[in-house]
Design a protein around this ligand. Structure first.
Ligand code: NDP
Length: 261
């Protein structure tokens, strides 16, 4: 099935795009990319991105079903439907499994996994029948491999990848594709604190870059570019996939430093 669009305008002209957690970080880069491509973007976030007149923000807590329903109704009332849903809002905490409280575990699951479920549940009715509609979930390479002390985060992101495959099956017959992006180390507030707490920031950055075959860490725009492609007609035969955007970090087998060539 091909999506018809005016080549001069580009595939995102007149498209309505929702980005959760779009006020900053990866979400903001996704907002900026879709906006630059001519889409109408609605940011759903706890926090006002603070750019009145330029960005449309509707308050949203993805963990709260009432908030999600009110958000969905607001977007439907303002724009008459949704073409692209990007489930980006996410949180991460570093804790051992014995220190982690039930409330902390539940909060990670609520933002990272219940959020995409609730957003899909309440926005799908406004996506059905719109040609080229798609959902993009932001997972993580930590849904595929693990870092220490990240049990809740890893479990939630593994769930996001599984949810993505399941939605692809269920929504395919309704003309809605669903894919996930699994970013690696992307330079945002979420993980900048890890770098900043080390006394030698330059050393940490150099060590991080060495982990990547392409010798750099990721930029939010790298994820935004993949989200844009996944939403575009060029990805019209792509659904149920988890696309890794991680500079090749996970393809490298680790060796003891003494044996590194
Ligand atoms: P940031 O912490 O920089 O931004 C997250 C955004 O989500 C913030 O605007 C935040 O709002 C918002 N948010 C948090 N909780 C909620 C909620 N309950 N409802 C609505 N919005 C909420 O994170 P990143 O940009 O780094 O991460 C974005 C996504 O990418 C996440 O899903 C993350 O897990 C994933 N990811 C990130 C990687 C990285 O290296 N940065 C790597 C792999 C995956 P507020 O500012 O008000 O808290």
């Amino acid at each position: 099935m091909s999506v018809q669009h005016d080549q001069a305008k580009g595939p995102m002209q007149d498209r309505i795009v929702v980005v959760t957690g779009g006020a900053r970080g990866i979400g903001r880069a996704i907002v900026d990319r879709f906006t630059a491509e001519g889409a109408t973007v609605v940011i759903g976030d706890l926090t006002d991105p603070g750019d009145p007149g330029q960005l449309e923000w509707v308050p949203l807590d993805v963990t709260d079903e009432t908030s999600v329903i009110e958000f969905a109704q607001s977007v439907e009332a303002g724009h008459g439907g949704v073409d692209v849903l990007v489930n980006n809002a996410g949180i991460m905490a570093e804790r051992s499994i014995t220190e982690e409280t039930l409330a902390e575990w539940d909060l990670t699951m609520a933002v990272n996994l219940r959020g995409p479920f609730l957003m899909a549940k309440h926005l799908i009715p406004f996506m059905e029948g719109r040609e080229g509609a798609s959902i993009i979930n932001i997972g993580s390479i930590e849904g595929l491999v693990a870092n220490r002390l990240h049990a809740a985060y890893c479990a939630s992101k593994g769930g996001v990848h599984a949810l993505t495959r399941s939605l692809a099956l269920d929504l395919g017959p309704h003309g809605i594709r669903c894919n996930a992006i699994a970013p690696g180390w992307i330079d945002t507030d979420l993980n900048r604190s890890y770098v900043e707490r080390h006394p030698d920031r330059d050393q940490v950055v150099a060590d991080l870059e060495r982990l990547h075959p392409i010798a750099r860490i990721g930029d939010p725009a790298d994820v935004a570019a993949t989200a844009f492609w996944l939403a575009s007609p060029d990805a019209g035969f792509v659904t149920g996939q988890v696309i890794q955007v991680e500079g090749g970090r996970t393809v490298r087998l680790s060796l003891p430093t003494t044996l590194e060539p």
